[in-house]
Design a protein around this ligand. Structure first.
Ligand SMILES: *Cc1c(COP(=O)(O)O)cnc(C)c1O
Length: 293
């Protein structure tokens, strides 16, 4: 796959140790896998999830990608950027009504050449049915379809490449969970005797375990048994926040000088610290946290 517009991807992404006395006291070492630094417009797991899909779309001669998302979707943003850099037209099918002026995510997508179209919420729920997809084909012509959030088996295979980039010994790898594609891939790519923990950012995210298993079945033939999901750190649900989470983010910035993404990364990081303080990790454990944004 050749970039049409030059693109520099920082891969492997950096792995950096972060001393934190709350973890040090428990004998836990924390390493950050800085996938947020891969590219400003193609960060983290979004690049990894797109990569093999772009290769497949190019092989199949598709000039156009179509995908689905909410108005604040990082996946919509990344798909628009990928189309711009790798020479695909892109169509973003957005949940709900159009609101103008566009928010920053959608404004960015349009600036990268993405055409936007909107589906009312009830049609959006049926977005992956042949009826709705055929209608979109009649409207936009043939396209390579990326599911909502970009999570399909090729996305899972892209995320499975994270563990091989880790050049230091570790025991546990942690990742925030939206659709579960990233967790499915990372867990599938782990060597023996390592485990993965996903942190659901959704309220009522218990269905996600089934999604992760299904994605692993499709990508690898069977689910791996080396992961679980924590459901207690959603802070009210997707994109919701509380004073406690905000305080954690502010404290993290004081300690480490880096802001945490509130939608995904802060919830995972809060969860890691809470689990460590509750003694969930044996002394001597090294935990890798994947910084997806
Ligand atoms: C999309 C996203 C996730 C969730 O990835 P899934 O594969 O959908 O679980 C995590 N972190 C960030 C920053 C994201 O944009």
């Amino acid at each position: 796959m050749v970039a049409r517009v030059p693109v520099h991807l920082r891969l492997p992404s950096p792995l950096v140790g972060v001393p934190d006395d709350r973890l040090d006291r428990r004998g836990v070492r924390l390493l950050l896998k800085r996938d947020d630094l891969i590219h400003p417009d193609l960060p983290g797991n979004k690049w990894r999830k797109l990569k093999y899909n772009l290769v497949r779309a190019a092989e199949q001669g598709h000039p156009r990608l179509l995908t689905f998302g909410g108005a604040y979707s990082n996946h919509i943003r990344a798909t628009a950027a990928a189309g711009f850099h790798f020479g695909f037209d892109t169509i973003g099918v957005i949940r709900g009504e159009e609101h103008t002026p566009l928010n920053l995510t959608l404004e960015y997508a349009v600036s990268r050449g993405m055409r936007l179209t909107y589906l009312d919420r009830s049609t959006y729920r049926r977005k992956h049915t042949p009826e709705v997809v055929d209608r979109l084909r009649r409207e936009f012509g043939e396209f390579y379809l990326l599911p909502e959030g970009g999570s399909n088996e090729l996305a899972v295979r892209g995320c499975a490449e994270v563990p091989a980039e880790l050049a230091e010994p570790y025991d546990v790898i942690c990742v925030p969970v939206g659709t579960g594609g990233t967790l499915a891939g990372i867990a599938g790519g782990l060597p023996a005797h390592r485990r993965a923990i996903g942190f659901s950012v959704l309220k009522g995210g218990e269905f996600l375990a089934g999604e992760v298993e299904e994605l692993q079945r499709r990508a690898f033939g069977s689910p791996s048994k080396n992961w679980h999901i924590e459901y207690g750190f959603h802070f009210g649900g997707y994109a919701k926040r509380t004073g406690e989470l905000d305080a954690f983010v502010a404290d993290w910035a004081d300690r480490h000088g880096t802001p945490l993404d509130r939608i995904y990364v802060a919830k995972m990081m809060y969860g890691i610290v809470a689990l460590a303080e509750a003694g969930a990790f044996e002394p001597g454990t090294t935990v890798v946290a994947v910084i997806t944004a």
